[in-house]
Design a protein around this ligand. Structure first.
Ligand code: PGA
Length: 254
């Protein structure tokens, strides 16, 4: 894997009250805090971020937010700024998740602005891309992913893209139980790395981690992680239970 540190992140989506979030994180601390050679992050909903961060203090598990708004502050009812996330100890922020694109009008352009704002505050970004089933069936997977990468990263220089992790999540695999086969995933991951090399340099492309997301489970993680261009996973459903998420984090022991 060219020395890229595997990165497993749990995207809790709109799940877990503060109490439930703390329960889960306490269990995770017990089961994964000693695992080495893999970076781990959890992305609770906004309301639980602060409490979870307090609970994570002194561990290597990192805190991620699921979204942010690109303005610094002001009259944007219902939004959260990069600075607010930074202040409470967020390390990562997920940007451009397909559910945001599908249900909340997020576009490549707003994703680009959000990434810029996040990086500007020193937050690291998990930048999500992926094609829909229709796009795949029409043979447009590579074109869609290419457009998302180019527009999402527009204007960023090499220094900036170093703060980005890409999550390739085929929309048809999210929450459906239909994982892409390791070969299908690897094919797109290799393509993305090729695009990054064209946009930046070989060195940058080799350094950027590309996670796979979409129905990742303890059963399929090992096969996915064995591939050259798959550097981790963004896990939804299976991150909501300590038992399954821990197994995924401990994929090397399987
Ligand atoms: P899933 O979600 O693991 O439940 O398919 C992944 C994601 O949306 O990040």
């Amino acid at each position: 894997m060219m020395g890229r540190l595997p990165f497993i992140a749990g995207n809790w989506k709109m799940n877990k009250t503060v109490g439930e979030a703390l329960d889960l994180v306490r269990q995770l601390k017990a089961s994964i805090s000693k695992v080495e050679g893999v970076e781990v992050a959890v992305a609770p909903p906004f309301t639980a971020l602060y409490a979870v961060q307090k609970e994570l203090e002194g561990t290597t598990i990192k805190l991620a937010a699921q979204n942010l708004f690109y303005e610094e502050k002001g009259a944007y009812t219902g939004e959260i700024s990069p600075m607010m996330l930074k202040e409470i100890g967020c390390h990562y922020v997920i940007i451009g998740h397909s559910e945001r694109r599908q249900f909340f009008g997020e576009t490549d352009e707003t994703v680009n602005r959000r990434i810029e704002a996040a990086l500007g505050q020193g937050l690291k970004v998990i930048f999500c891309i992926g094609e829909t089933l229709k796009e795949r069936e029409e043979g447009r997977t590579f074109a869609v992913v290419e457009r998302q990468v180019e527009r999402g990263l527009r204007k960023f220089r090499e220094m900036e893209v170093k703060g980005i992790v890409i999550a390739y999540e085929p929309v048809w695999a999210i929450g459906t139980g239909k994982t892409a086969t390791p070969e299908q995933a690897e094919e797109v991951h290799r393509f993305i790395r090729g695009r990054l090399e064209k946009l930046y340099s070989r060195e940058i492309a080799e350094g950027i981690r590309i996670q796979y997301g979409g129905s990742v489970t303890p059963e399929n993680i090992k096969g996915l992680m064995s591939l050259e261009n798959i550097d981790g996973a963004l896990v939804g459903g299976a991150s909501l239970k300590a038992e399954t998420f821990s197994k995924i984090v401990r994929f090397k022991e399987m």
